[in-house]
Ligand binder design. Structure first.
Ligand code: PAF
Length: 295
């Protein structure tokens, strides 16, 4: 029998993932930090699915051998701290969090375990309370730096719709980082959908931000594409024109954003290499002000 995947974080991403795992007959258990069993209602096109989320504290010590953490980067440390008692010493831990710069703070919490990164285009949003609406199951790339899929991937995750092993996960993380640095903060600060960055004042702000951002990303080895970042970002904005970026959703729902792990981290790395990034700095300040206003 294969090990159960424990999915920690019963928000939009965790709920959609738990549903996708159950569709693929991969044994999983959705977990949350509360003290009671809770329900989540997932709307997928015309179907509604009910899922239950169990309190983490119901588990036995060291019970978790496979953990998927679906929280954002800023909540990862707290999630891992809360799960510590329940984690097996050899547990595989996978995170779908975006961004860069969280690794050092997490290292003491991981012990000898490694944090495996997953890069996902799955999208869902929470409509208040326990209602979640799925936008797309998307594609999820998972990798630990090895060419061949790990046994824990082959015995379960490979059967989930859209989940693939990726030998070049580092490049995918960097690519998503670059695209998120261009789209997320701007849509959050302007309060607009992704498609609104293609025309008018939104397009102007995007062009200025990308013109400042691409050279530093290239210098840091975080954007290696032969295509310009501007062309790729416009393509993503066209494909996701009606979407509210995850950061805009966070601002609207008064949740902390991933800014520290996106443009905030870019500023830190850029400064260390001699780049002054005025527009990125302005954007980080604008998003922080919105976060503070919401507190
Ligand atoms: O973070 C997001 O919302 C997405 O990565 C993207 C590509 C910006 C589309 O909304």
């Amino acid at each position: 029998m294969t090990d159960t995947w424990y999915i920690l974080g019963a928000g939009a991403m965790g709920t959609l993932t738990a549903h996708e795992f159950s569709r693929a007959h991969v044994q999983s258990c959705l977990l949350h930090h509360g003290s009671q069993t809770e329900l989540r209602f997932l709307q997928c096109a015309d179907d509604e699915h009910t899922l239950s989320a169990q309190p983490l504290t119901n588990l036995d010590q060291a019970e978790i051998k496979r953990l998927l953490v679906t929280t954002k980067a800023g909540q990862l440390a707290a999630a891992l701290r809360g799960a510590d008692t329940y984690l097996h010493p050899d547990a595989v831990i996978v995170t779908t969090a975006n961004g860069l710069g969280m690794e050092a703070a997490l290292a003491p919490l991981l012990g000898s375990r490694r944090l495996v990164r997953a890069v996902s285009t799955a999208a869902a949003f929470r409509q208040g309370g326990h209602q979640v609406t799925a936008v797309t199951a998307g594609e999820t790339a998972v990798g630990d730096g090895q060419d061949r899929p790990a046994p824990w991937f082959l015995d379960g995750l490979q059967h989930v719709r859209g989940w693939r092993w990726s030998p070049d996960i580092g490049d995918r993380i960097h690519r998503k980082f670059a695209i998120n640095c261009a789209i997320n903060g701007l849509t959050a600060s302007l309060g607009c959908r992704n498609g609104e960055l293609l025309n008018g004042p939104g397009a102007e702000s995007l062009a200025q931000l990308v013109a400042e951002t691409e050279p530093v990303l290239r210098a840091l080895g975080l954007w290696k594409d032969h295509l310009s970042l501007q062309a790729e970002v416009e393509r993503v904005c066209r494909l996701t024109a009606d979407n509210q970026s995850s950061m805009l959703q966070d601002i609207l729902a008064q949740r902390p954003t991933e800014m520290d792990y996106l443009n905030g981290e870019l500023l830190r790395r850029g400064r260390a290499t001699g780049f002054e990034l005025a527009r990125n700095q302005q954007l980080v300040r604008a998003v922080r002000a919105l976060e503070l206003k919401a507190q």
